[in-house]
Design a protein around this ligand. Structure first.
Ligand SMILES: [Zn+2]
Length: 243
């Protein structure tokens, strides 16, 4: 007798779990944190200056009637909490929801998903970061996947890099998905700024950190060829039942 179909996981949940499983297989622990966060952990402790545009009302949901409290704008907010309560060396990933106060369109939602990675030990470097992400994308997209780094700026890392992965569709030859470049921008990363280590109670003269943050929604859209992020949250069974 045929088993009755009882439902299945949302494509976002499927990809989230796939990513988490890959990092766990690479020796990472999974950490968790609150979606309602203090300004301190979301911004100050991450070396985001008071006058940084990310603090602008346009980007952040502030909690009404509770001073200096926000809906976290990135999973990086968990970093300092974790450092305050754990001794290096450690390797963690933090999957979860984040929030931005902005107009929604095909590529922007007010709520989306990130996975943060943080490695702290006495001798990590950008070379380790590239190794980790290379292995991760090979697990996710297959043996031919490769990553490259481009210099970038984020207040919580120094130096900061933008990570591109070779295009899943054309393997680097050039197509409409990668806009003929052969590469797709997938995450921001870098060497953790000494101020951030210090905020977490870790001696930056003894330890170094590397960190990365990936937008899960964008990976899901790339993987399945979905061109509007809002479809992931509309609860429309015509979309969800395709996976
Ligand atoms: Zn391509």
């Amino acid at each position: 007798m045929e088993e009755k179909l009882k439902g299945h996981l949302h494509p976002l949940t499927q990809v989230m779990r796939e990513i988490v499983d890959s990092f766990v297989a690479m020796g990472f622990e999974v950490a968790d944190g609150s979606e309602v966060e203090s300004e301190h952990y979301n911004f100050d402790a991450l070396n985001v200056p008071k006058d940084h545009p990310a603090r602008d009302m346009q980007d952040t949901f502030w909690v009404k009637d509770v001073p200096q409290t926000v809906l976290r704008t990135h999973t990086s907010a968990v970093q300092v909490h974790y450092m305050e309560t754990h001794q290096p060396p450690f390797k963690i990933i933090v999957p979860g929801k984040v929030y931005r106060y902005e107009a929604t369109d095909a590529t922007h939602e007010t709520q989306f998903h990130q996975i943060e990675g943080l490695v702290v030990s006495e001798n990590v470097s950008l070379a380790h970061l590239k190794d980790i992400l290379d292995e991760f994308f090979k697990r996710l997209y297959g043996a031919t996947a490769t990553v490259r780094m481009r210099p970038s700026y984020f207040p919580f890392v120094e130096p900061g890099v933008e990570i591109d992965v070779s295009c899943v569709k054309c393997s680097g030859a050039g197509c409409n998905v990668c806009k003929q470049t052969g590469w797709i921008e997938v995450m921001g990363a870098g060497v953790v700024h000494p101020n951030v280590l210090q905020a977490g109670g870790i001696d930056p003269r003894k330890y170094r950190g590397i960190a990365f943050g990936v937008g899960v929604d964008r990976l899901v859209m790339q993987k399945y060829g979905i061109d509007d992020v809002r479809l992931l949250y509309a609860g429309d069974l015509r979309l969800v039942n395709q996976f």
